[in-house]
Design a protein around this ligand. Structure first.
Ligand code: GDP
Ligand code: IMO
Ligand code: MG
Length: 470
């Protein structure tokens, strides 16, 4: 977001505070930023504006390089929050030659002095989370008071994973990560899920689990799968619950108090816009709201506390799993795979690759209200010439500027391409925009303009330092 718009939001927010009874603060407050008390002895908020609460969103089909950009932005944040998804996510951060892949824990955990929050909208597999904590600790990452987990977060259970696997064996498969994400969100929506708060109360948990196991064993057996042992699940989950207990609490109150103290929060999106359950390429999507609104519902932080939305997109397109990828190009995929790139961080699957799709990113800009763009993997196109950019789709002879809602219509869309010149040289060493070859600068400007947002970061390599801030 440009400064004037930011300022305007701040001014508007201040205006709405002046004299508003709900923002009268307790007279006990001693924080000098709230100024002198008025005649009634009460303090009025002078500046409760935090300019920096940032939502970071993937603008394509996931794996845009969010982990790397979050790691860079975390330097300016106090708190990093995950609001949706589960351990289907795989966010890669490379620092000092060490590769970290984060699945459930926010990427901010790698920087000292930052608090990481797993919000209410996340689905947590406690066994996977304990394993992730263990492997991070082995790499020397300290985790104690710097991690909080919402007591309202739903649990991913073994029967969710097994149902996910069973459904993937059947026709119409989605190509999921088989982490049980869909069935877990299904139970949440059906109001039959188990939550972190249940796990914190062993007797309550065991009772609820027993009923869930009976119900799900019937379904699993009907699908031809083995039943699950209540005893084994109960024991392993309660053991994991004990390990997680010090981190579990009311994260909504924590975040609101942090905002009052002007702490800067970074909302770490998982997956990408076209995997969103409402706005994505349904049914080939994940089961949460991966778009900007999900940051509010998944954390309990209201929309007017959000200051900017940063969209991350690759300089080309990738997708794992089934569903249309209109600009898919097998030669581009082969070239990237031969370079050892574009293998899934969670499942190791080869990612499908295609040209940059401006129809998709423009729509993502609209849904998420993207203020700033971070473009990653520019270096993936270093040896590609010419480069194709999809500027529209053609469906049954008609030109489309937005993706159709229907999956089979999307699968029938033909991309309309513009061709631009490549730069045929490495961009890895560039640290300023002007150090990039002129054709690369033109390309970046072109795809940002087509997307309709301001370019603020360019990534030319996986490491923290391989970043150009504009
Ligand atoms: P995320 O899920 O959005 O965090 O993305 P992933 O970590 O799953 O996949 C992105 C991949 O691209 C990872 O292997 C990153 O290390 C890598 N990456 C990110 N930015 C760049 C870049 O600018 N250049 C190169 N070469 N790799 C990058
Ligand atoms: P990050 O956060 C890329 C895809 C799966 C599948 C679909 C549904 O690393 O960008 P699910 O297991 O969620 O039910 O699978 O969504 N998918 C992702 N693709 N990046 C991800 O996360 C993904 N998380 C899920 O491949 O197509
Ligand atoms: Mg990923």
């Amino acid at each position: 977001m440009s400064l004037p718009r930011n300022l305007l939001r701040g001014v508007l927010r201040n205006l709405s505070f002046v004299g508003s009874p709900e923002c009268v603060l307790s007279a006990k407050r001693t924080d000098s930023s709230y100024g002198e008390p008025d005649a009634s002895g009460k303090f009025f908020a002078q500046t409760l504006i935090s300019m920096a609460n940032t939502i970071l969103i993937g603008m394509q089909w996931g794996d845009e390089g969010k982990g790397k950009i979050i790691d860079v932005l975390t330097a300016q944040a106090d708190i990093v929050v995950r609001s949706q998804g589960g351990n289907n996510a795989g966010h890669t951060v490379i620092h000092r030659g060490v590769k970290y892949v984060l699945h459930l824990i926010p990427s901010g955990i790698l920087r000292r002095g930052k608090v990481c929050v797993i919000g209410n909208g996340v689905v947590v597999d406690p066994i996977a989370l304990v394993a992730e904590l263990g492997s991070l600790r082995k790499l020397g990452i300290k985790i104690d008071k710097n991690l909080l987990i919402s007591d309202c977060a739903h649990l991913v259970m073994p029967y969710h994973r097994m149902l996910d696997e069973q459904r993937e064996l059947r026709r119409g498969r989605i190509g999921t990560t088989k982490r049980g994400i869909g069935p877990a969100y299904g139970d949440k929506a059906a109001r039959t899920g188990l939550r972190m708060s249940d796990l914190m109360q062993p007797i309550v948990f065991s009772k609820k689990l027993q009923a869930k196991i009976i119900e799900n064993n019937r379904i699993l057996q009907a699908l031809g799968a083995k039943p699950i042992s209540f005893r084994e699940v109960n024991e392993s989950y309660l053991a994991a619950g004990k390990r997680l207990q010090p981190f579990v609490g009311n994260t909504v109150v924590y975040l609101h108090r942090a905002i009052e103290r002007d702490k800067k929060i970074l909302f770490e999106g998982a997956q990408g816009t076209f995997l969103d359950i409402d706005h994505g390429t349904y049914p080939y999507v994940t089961s949460s709201n991966t778009t900007a609104g999900g940051a509010c519902t998944g954390t309990g932080v209201p929309p007017h506390r959000m200051d900017r939305v940063v969209g991350v997109m690759k300089a080309y397109s990738t997708r794992v799993g089934e569903g249309a990828l209109p600009t898919e190009d097998t030669r581009l995929a082969e070239m990237l795979h031969n370079l050892g790139r574009e293998f899934g961080a969670t499942t190791g699957r080869k990612r499908r690759c295609g040209w940059f799709d401006a129809v998709a990113t423009r729509y993502a800009g609209m849904i998420n209200g993207i203020d700033e763009l971070a473009i990653t993997n520019l270096d993936g196109l270093d040896d590609v010439d010419p480069i194709r950019v999809c500027v529209a789709y053609r469906l049954n002879g008609k030109r489309l500027d937005v993706p159709p809602c229907d999956a089979s219509q999307l699968a029938n869309c033909e991309p309309v391409y513009e061709e631009v010149r490549g730069w045929n040289t490495s961009t890895h060493a560039a640290r300023t925009f002007s150090q990039l070859p002129s054709a690369a600068r033109k390309y970046l400007k072109y795809i940002s303009e087509l997307t309709g947002a301001k370019l603020s970061m360019v990534s030319v390599g996986p490491a923290r330092g391989e970043t150009i801030i504009l």
